[in-house]
Ligand binder design. Sequence first.
Ligand code: ACO
Ligand code: LMR
Length: 262
Amino acid sequence: GEVIVEPLIRTTISDDRGEEPRYVGYAASELCEKGYGIEDVIGLLWNKKLPSRQESEILKRIIMISADHGPAVSGAFGSIIAACAGIDMPQAVSAGMTMIGPRFGGAVTNAGKYFKHGVKDFPNDIPGFLSWMKLNVGPVPGIGHRVKSVKNPDKRVKYLVDYVKNSTSLHTPCLDYALEVEKITTAKKDNLILNVDGTIGCILVDLEFPEYSLNGFFVLARTIGMIGHWIDQNNQSARLIRLYDYLINYAVKEEREVPERK
Ligand code: ACO
Ligand code: LMR
């Protein structure tokens, strides 16, 4: 008789059983033929919807603007150290990728989540929101930067905010809320600006992307940069990196004799 086997996994996004992959039903080649772009594939595979043209333009800019931020940041630095140790591309990129977390690049999801919470539960009470965050979460995800500040603004943030607000008709309650939060935090400390993670997190919430997808935008974008750094180091045949002693504070015990074993 017929044997019924329980499926091992359930998928709702893609299917390769025909001649080519279908993303949420659409053939990949037909998307190419009809002029869709990588942002539209992201919309399909991460949100199961084809973005409108306006939404695609925003997604494209988010990825372009987050693709790299030079060699000094945790992710690129991790990939560069690995590249210089002779590690192959996938592993070197994953070394950089490992750095994406709550302090660097991986605050997008929680920024979106908590600013959305602020819009809902503390709509006209930003001090209340900040006290709640301090008590329940810690540093506000999406706020703060090591080098960018009111005096040294982050052009990427300014550009994205300006683009979304002045060149699109997107309704932006989450972004607007975060910008109000920034006014209060920067009054306390100059570098407590709305950062790239916070800005893209809020825009993505306003675009109704699912919460779990948000960090994916930084991960995807920064992969472009990390691959670039790996290629760059290899093109230069860069040597193994070893930290010079002057870059290390050896806060250690003085040399001393090992006692006789009792
Ligand atoms: N919310 C509240 N207070 C903050 C925040 C924040 N997000 N960030 C820093 N502070 C406060 C600290 O409590 C500290 O206060 P104190 O001087 O009274 O002790 C002061 O500001 C300085 O904090 P540091 O941790 O020394 O700042 P640092 O420059 O090391 O940190 C960082 C930068 C890691 C980005 C920090 O601001 C942070 O954790 N932000 C939240 C996470 C985040 O959004 N990360 C993404 C950054 S953008 C990117 O990676 C692409
Ligand atoms: C980045 O995009 O990597 C950052 O904003 C972090 C940084 O310190 O520049």
